[in-house]
Ligand binder design. Structure first.
Ligand SMILES: NC(=O)c1ccc[n+]([C@@H]2O[C@H](COP(=O)([O-])OP(=O)(O)OC[C@H]3O[C@@H](n4cnc5c(N)ncnc54)[C@H](O)[C@@H]3O)[C@@H](O)[C@H]2O)c1
Length: 373
């Protein structure tokens, strides 16, 4: 509210303005300012406001005044506990159908990955497998790296078969190899890098998709599980990124790295508690930005894709055990649906290709709008 004295001085300033007589638009403003202001009316308004029923929904009211719904949709629930199962219990995944093939729709050649070698960690399953398939369909050779070496091997074979089926008559097949690595172990990472270089001769692009989540409230989160989570999600990303960057610098070659973060790096998911996972993904996002700056002069771009809720073995398990979460999750997504791994094919191809030549240090959120509401 303007006090009378302020109103007076404002008026003086306005009338002293040389243009005030020539600009008719000024006059309506002075009219507004000269409207009488009554402090009695303000007090009366405040009194009425105190009796206004929705005051119970503000911080003026005591806890619980607004009923049981207070904060109901914006809190974690410590009864939701989900541990990541042993690898042998995770189902294998079919390769995506019907997205590949030579096509004759016009598009920019900048999006092509023809002649490149791309490496995808966590590529035996889930988002990693489907993004890897997108890269092959965009012309790249591929090295899949995964803790589950046998499944990576099997999927590499299936990707070649699928590619052959979708590209009948094409003589040159992509080279697709599979390699074991525990991304959290530096020796294992170095071995995998040497193996990939021995098979492909070079690496141009990296996607770090190996990662997992678990749900326990922070107080009861088992410390050894937390260390494991950070080891895979953060150390694993760091070790592969630095390994590939070192190789690119030695070759004096340009390259592109895409780190798979999560919208959880920017928001707090509800109701399932997952503080260490959220923090690990915030670390991934900031790692991408920091390394982008550090390696920009070497022509190595580093970006982060932050997916929202995507249906993979990981989220399938969570939803199978907690079916009520499905409706809660989709009610929070503006698009109203969870994504599928295929929804990341375009995003990753864009960030690895020359189409995004001037994009580095960026976070591309693929979350159906979750994080903007
Ligand atoms: N699914 C989602 O909704 C979602 C959303 C946001 C972010 N993400 C992130 O995407 C990435 C992939 O998730 P997903 O849903 O595809 O999971 P997933 O469990 O389906 O696949 C993960 C893959 O990583 C591999 N892996 C796990 N630990 C490893 C290790 N130590 N070394 C090497 N490989 C290892 C697994 O064997 C598996 O093949 C993760 O980083 C995850 O945090 C997933």
């Amino acid at each position: 509210m303007f006090k009378r004295s302020i109103t007076g001085s404002t008026l003086r300033v306005l009338s002293a303005t040389p243009h005030s007589t020539t600009f008719p638009m000024i006059r309506p403003i002075t009219n507004v300012l000269t409207r009488p202001l009554s402090s009695t009316a303000t007090r009366a308004k405040n009194k009425a406001e105190d009796e206004y029923p929705n005051i119970a929904a503000t911080t003026k009211a005591p806890q619980g005044a607004s009923g049981g719904q207070e904060g109901r949709f914006a809190r974690t629930d410590e009864s939701v506990q989900i541990s990541y199962p042993p690898d042998s219990e995770m189902p294998a995944q079919p390769v995506a159908q019907g997205r590949g093939g030579m096509h004759f729709k016009r598009t920019l050649d900048l999006f092509s990955l023809e002649g490149k070698v791309s490496m995808v960690t966590g590529g035996a399953r889930g988002l990693g497998l489907v993004m890897a398939q997108g890269l092959v369909n965009s012309g790249s050779d591929l090295a899949i790296v995964d803790l589950n070496g046998a499944e990576a091997e099997e999927q590499a074979g299936k990707l070649v078969q699928q590619f052959r089926k979708e590209n009948p008559g094409l003589e040159q097949m992509p080279t697709i190899t599979a390699h074991y690595a525990d991304v959290a172990d530096p020796d294992s990472v170095n071995n995998a890098l040497s193996e990939v270089l021995a098979k492909h001769g070079r690496i141009d692009n990296l996607v770090t998709s190996a990662g997992f989540t678990e749900n326990f409230d922070a107080i009861s989160y088992p410390f050894d599980r937390m260390k494991k989570l950070w080891g895979v999600n953060v150390d694993g990303t760091y070790l592969f990124a630095t390994g590939v960057a070192k190789h690119l610098m030695e070759r004096k070659a340009p390259g592109s790295i895409v780190m798979i973060g999560s919208m959880s790096g920017a928001i707090v998911n509800v109701p399932q508690p997952q503080a260490p996972y959220n923090a690990s993904k915030a670390a991934v996002r900031q790692l991408a930005a920091s390394l982008a700056v550090e390696w920009a002069a070497h022509n190595i771009r580093v970006n982060c894709i932050s997916p929202g809720y995507m249906l993979t073995a990981l989220t399938r398990k969570i939803l199978d055990e907690n079916p009520e979460l499905r409706d809660k999750w989709i009610s929070l997504i503006p698009v109203g649906k969870m994504g599928v791994p295929e929804d990341l094919m375009g995003a990753v191809t864009f960030l690895l290709s020359d189409a995004s030549k001037y994009v580095t240090g960026a976070e591309l959120r693929v979350d159906g709008g979750y994080t903007v509401t």
